[in-house]
Design a protein around this ligand. Sequence first.
Ligand code: NAD
Length: 356
Amino acid sequence: MTQPKLPPAPSDLAMVPFVSVENMMKIVNHIGPARMMAEIAEYIESDFKRWEEFDKTPRVAAHSTEGVIELMPTSDGETYGFKYVNGHPANMARGFQTVTAFGVLARVDNGYPILLSEMTILTALRTAATSAVAAKYLAPKGAKTMAMIGNGAQCEFQALAFREVLGIEGVRLYDLDPAATDKAAHNLQGSGLNIVKCTSPEDAVTSAEIITTCTADKQYATILTDNMVGAGQHINAIGGDCPGKTELHRDVLLRSDIFVEFPPQTRIEGEIQQLDPDHPVTELWRVIAGQQDGRTSDRQITLFDSVGFATEDFSALRYVYDQLQKTGHYIDLDMLADPDDPRDLFGMVRRANPKP
Ligand code: NAD
């Protein structure tokens, strides 16, 4: 399961499997969202364990006043992957998604793409799966309740992944917009989670062992102030993922043991952009690989300063690739020119002319 299975031969690769939004929804509903996130979590965890095999670079970001468009590439030497993703907090009010994405996997040996996939839904699945993997190592043992601040597109995925992977039993929802909380509570009906709608962030974090912040605002926001975080809590901070876009008061960071994906990227984009550039952080992969400690005491405040890293998208695409034959939910895209003689590209175009 750890290594991608490459398709047989380059000659068979004129067609590229494409997973549309419609087919991604079919895959998710075929497997079940919670099970799918637990399975993606296994891929993410196994790829974190072989972290040193990957090419790693901070994502390439094009910032504008409205948001950011980013490219997230990586390779394990055998397979190459990248994601195109945007983050536009004002989109929601305009009727668009804050985050949309698509991604590609390709063979390294001949450079041919082997998968093109929508990644808006897949990003929500992989983000929640990554959060759950981090919490497995960092949250207090036996945690039963999570506060979920920000009840937008990512919210239900986070709640279900934490139920499936961590065994969370209750979620305390809060959003500035009560309609978002109503939407999330409605969608989580029948999930087996005890859902409580809260009227303030302070109310939401009460009695929660895990606090997830998942808001979208293009500013230094303060979703959590120092007095809201108590000894022993685990913070899963999702929404601060761009320069000038954070969620936690600096004092919360100074009391926490901080775990990150790829420090060169997180120092630019994460909560830790508020700290000195040499403030100590632990790389999550080292905890997963058993090289460094995660949670070591009941009173420790642990913080997963999540920004989303390319290897997680690679793992998620790898998972989707492995589902193609099992589910059949994809179409073949005629994306690659395939002349009989590789040098006769022009001749192929000419022969296709109905009026020679
Ligand atoms: P969304 O726009 O669908 O939802 C954001 C929600 O936050 C909205 O319901 C909004 O009302 C609420 N909100 C804004 N300010 C708030 C505040 N002060 N208090 C409480 N609620 C507030 O966005 P989304 O797709 O759910 O994404 C949420 C955030 O997560 C975004 O900032 C996005 O960039 C980030 N994100 C991070 C990762 C990662 O890997 N770390 C992945 C995907 C998304």
